[in-house]
Design a protein around this ligand. Sequence first.
Ligand code: MOS
Length: 759
Amino acid sequence: MSAAAPAPKENMGNPVPRTDARAKVTGEARYPADVGVTKPAYAYLVTSAIAQGELSHIDSAAARVIPGVLEILTHENIGAIADAGFFAQGGAMSTTLLPLRSRHIAHDGEIIAVVLAETFELAREAAYRIKVSYQPGAASATFGSAGAQTIPVAQVSHQHEDPKVGDAHRALAGAPVKIDVEYSTPPQHHNAMELFSTTCVWSGDELTIYEPSQFVYGVKNGVAKQLGIDAGKVHVVSHFVGGAFGSKGSLTPRTALIAIAARKLNRPVKLVATRTQGFTIATYRAETRHRLQLGAQRDGKLLAYTHTGFEVTSRPDNYFVGGTEDTCRMYNFGSVATQVNIVHADRNTPGFMRSPPHVPYMFALESALDELAVALQMDPVELRRRNDTLKDPVSGKPYSSRSLAQCYEQAAQAFGWSQRSAAPGSMTEGDWLIGWGCATAVYPTHIGAAAARVRLSHDGQASVQVAAHDIGTGAYTVIGQMAAERLGIQPEAVKVELGDTKFPPAPVAGGSNTTATVCSTVMTACNAIRDKLFKAATAQQGPLAGRDVRQLDMRDGKVVAPEGASAKLAALFHRLETSALEEYTEWIPEGAPPDAVKTLYSGKPTLVGGAQGKKLLYAFGAEFVEVRIHRRTREIRVPRATGAFAAGRIMNTRTAHSQLMGGMIWGIGSALHEATELDRRAARYVNTNLADYLVPVNADIGEINVLLVPEVDNEVNPAGVKGLGELGNVGTAAAVANAVYHATGKRIRDLPIRIEQLL
Ligand code: MOS
């Protein structure tokens, strides 16, 4: 055991090393762009240099004469592509802004041509030789730009109602202590290590797509719809994903373009888009603005919370994250009034990015609570403790479990919070101002309908097949652990196969649902196999004859009774006259419609959880951060951070630790480094590469201490698991900003926090 592989506490599984670790570090793992296809043509995208207007002319003469250039697809010759609907409204697509449909340009960096050639270099050379002329129009870049249009989400979407309780404005008016503050967060792009790639291969009328994806059934059904072919003819393969964070969750326009290209050329086509193109051909986290008011009694008891959010989206799409749906349930607020607005601008459509609603909205709320604590002259941990609640202040429904108080207790203790001196600037070491801050992390527990196939052989080897996705999180490993545990065999004896539409479907690997959903499904399938073996073990003569099946378990390749009597698997299979038992199981969580697996097969996932059901299902955490700010240069360092998290059953303490640590690191980056810079005149991203788009590197990160807080919750789902992939990076940015205030007395309300704001 080590810091990276903590010893399991109650209700936690072993830190089994990732089963795909060796393949990944040795380069054996075939990511979708690595899959060998016969004699591929290579695609290179040409993207728009304006954000609004019309294409007047595409002059490709100089490109076409290059030997080895095979074809150049534009809106003039690509042919029909049908609409597959907007993901946020039950469709497949990340955006309704479909490129190559007309002369119209809707955002900077929109795909305007696809060059196909014998090699990548030739395709790129040809793309550079294409001359495009435009008739540009005026483009609205963001908040405050001329032509940007603000609309309350509730007016345009049935998926959002602004949470409201009591009369918050009146409560505020009478509150003895109150604050009224504004915050903002910047656009961010996922920048996974793996670029966006698509490889399409036709065999007759059957299409195989190799593409890194968080939802292979979505790609399958969406592309089939776009091409007007039977979904049964489309096969999608995505065995490994080199980072996604939401960016590979919905179908982006490039995929159908490459499928059409491969059909036209009658040979495989491979596209690997550039890092820069990734900023505009996929999604991102949009910039947000917030106005918050908090009112409290002098003893810290909250009386009112108002939160008005503004989020940028594209011109046509009503994409929003609406974080008030969760922030309104965080504390016993007394009264709540919220409103979420979207601001339409001439941008590509945003989309999911790790903890989409919580990163911006919890930054605002957790910063505001810190400001309130200062106004109250109260310790910020104590303020949260006094307003903790085990039931939803909005609906009155109870939480299935909520261990926020325990998280604060354990994290504060490990961090040494009791040593904090409250006055800003009062803790120093040499030239360094020291600041300590904290904030709450939260993530709703999502679960979805899924199906899986599990097979156990007489020799104790098992296999699990499900079209779930391991986006680097450890899904292969923990799914194998669940099967091994239920079937009483070693994890190495389980072969897990994921990321392929030839397997039964799982939901989009989004909303941190995969472990809870797939482990519950696999557990159900394993239970069916156990039932058969238990019946065989108890039915006839033998060591377990006549036993109550409810007392039996599987361990060490045997069916065992409580006091030790056992029957070997081989003997039971012999008795059953079969060499293997296979179960295909469909699992539908409570609250999901009875046809949820059927609709999943057609590419529509159903996720339930969070605040939707009879009880609130949420995971929580508490994060503490130390910052050091140089007295003269204002350089900002984060030497240490401690987070304590409770998320039900922890399947594997190593992979859980890794997810939570990675999340906290991202949170630090979100606080201090990360932002996509916009040229407001051109509505264009300018730092579209990893040199200028800052993410934390090793030198930016000090000690990250992750504590796993035991929590047993048998109500969330059969596996007892709450997803934690998106938990760790919630709250971190606020904890850093709160620590910066504590170090300097300066409250920075706009992320990322930079040296110049502290001068
Ligand atoms: Mo996650 S942003 O729900 O893929």
